[in-house]
Design a protein around this ligand. Structure first.
Ligand SMILES: [Zn+2]
Length: 370
């Protein structure tokens, strides 16, 4: 049996105190409370934690245009954007605000993903990059709160290191359009996206195969744990078995969870852990990213639970006081923040949200295998 190194966690202090602005869905902290929760649970061995490097301009221009990277750096320094930059690169517009670390923060996410690709290409094993997962970023512009596409950059790094069969699985509530587009004509990368139907960016229809190497499973509102288990066992895993990937990247956005304010899916965080665990077993390399997620308690509990599960740590039924204090220390200006339910403070694992598997889900799984 091949022995892989223990899972590694790539984070950064750059996320501490960083915000997209008070009125933006990404006003909230996400990576810091996830890391603090893991730390409080004793789940981070110093030798398994890596501080993320910032990607270089050369690394970023492997996918992004030099003009766009220069504009993003200029905009961070000036903390202002010209009309031309706004129009061309969608900076300071379309939900992509100018904020203090608008270049360094996404470049750090990208650096983490490129490092994760290098570590796993060489040694195999699992790397978790909760700050990664910016799947909407386009070569010449920002999109959907994503300035750079760190998922594409990570996959390109794997290809550049000689891997030739990569599976990208995206369970964010939104279609992974930037990744699908980037590998439209590349038969080395199979992209599979499970996302809410009829939601921004309104791409990723069931019959959209992007030249052959994409599979899309749009799902209806109320998508539950039983339905995700069905998609996992009747679409994602059979596709993976056929493709035999050398590496899998899981975009593990937390916005498909019931309590997320930006989508209308109904998963519990058990679904995310189940997908991560199943994918870990079927390839020699796994990179798990973050992604969407706009309820601070939901995100921290989901991603911390994923890291715990990747390490085979048992999840405590009731959090110890230090971990509970991390969650009690969060605040949220939306309605859900006024009276958070007690289990958001005292547990990691949600109660399962099982339900009937609707016919359209079964049919979609059959369709993507045809
Ligand atoms: Zn999303």
């Amino acid at each position: 049996m091949t022995r892989y190194p223990p899972p590694r966690l790539i984070g950064s202090a750059i996320y501490r105190g960083s915000t997209y602005g008070p009125k933006h869905p990404l006003a909230i902290p996400r990576v810091p409370p996830m890391l603090d929760l893991c730390e409080a649970l004793g789940w981070i061995e110093p030798e398994h934690y890596i501080d993320s490097p910032q990607a270089s301009v050369e690394q970023l221009t492997r996918f992004h245009t030099p003009d766009y990277i220069a504009a993003l750096m200029r905009v961070e320094t000036a903390q202002a954007v010209s009309e031309a930059e706004r129009a061309r690169h969608h900076l300071g517009a379309h939900g992509n605000p100018i904020y203090r670390e608008v270049f360094r923060r996404p470049a750090t996410g990208a650096g983490g993903m490129i490092l994760a690709a290098r570590l796993t290409a060489e040694e195999g094993g699992v790397v978790h990059v909760p700050g990664g997962g910016t799947h909407h970023g386009m070569p010449d512009r920002a999109a959907g709160f994503c300035y750079l596409n760190d998922t594409v950059l990570g996959l390109l790094a794997w290809l550049d290191l000689g891997l030739t069969r990569l599976l990208y699985v995206d369970i964010d509530a939104h279609h992974g359009d930037g990744v699908q587009d980037a590998f439209h004509d590349d038969d080395r990368v199979l992209t599979v996206s499970v996302h809410e139907a009829n939601r921004w960016p309104f791409t990723g229809a069931l019959d959209d195969r992007a030249g052959g190497m994409a599979r899309n499973i749009p799902v209806p509102t109320g998508f539950n744990d039983s339905e995700m288990a069905h998609v996992l066992h009747h679409a994602i895993l059979p596709l993976a078995e056929r493709f035999r990937p050398e590496g899998i990247m899981l975009q593990c956005g937390a916005d498909a969870l019931e309590e997320d304010p930006l989508a209308r899916l109904s998963l519990s965080n058990n679904a995310h852990r189940a997908v991560a665990l199943a994918l870990r077993e079927i390839a020699p390399r796994l990179i798990v990213t973050g992604g969407g997620g706009y309820n601070p308690w939901t995100v921290a509990r989901c991603w911390a639970g994923v890291w715990g599960t990747l390490n085979d740590f048992p999840l405590p039924p009731r959090l110890p006081p230090r971990a509970e204090a991390v969650l009690r220390g969060l605040s949220f200006s939306r309605a859900a923040g006024r009276h958070p339910p007690e289990h958001w403070f005292t547990t990691i694992a949600d109660a399962p949200r099982d339900g009937p598997v609707r016919a359209e889900i079964r049919q979609a799984c059959e369709a993507v295998l045809r």
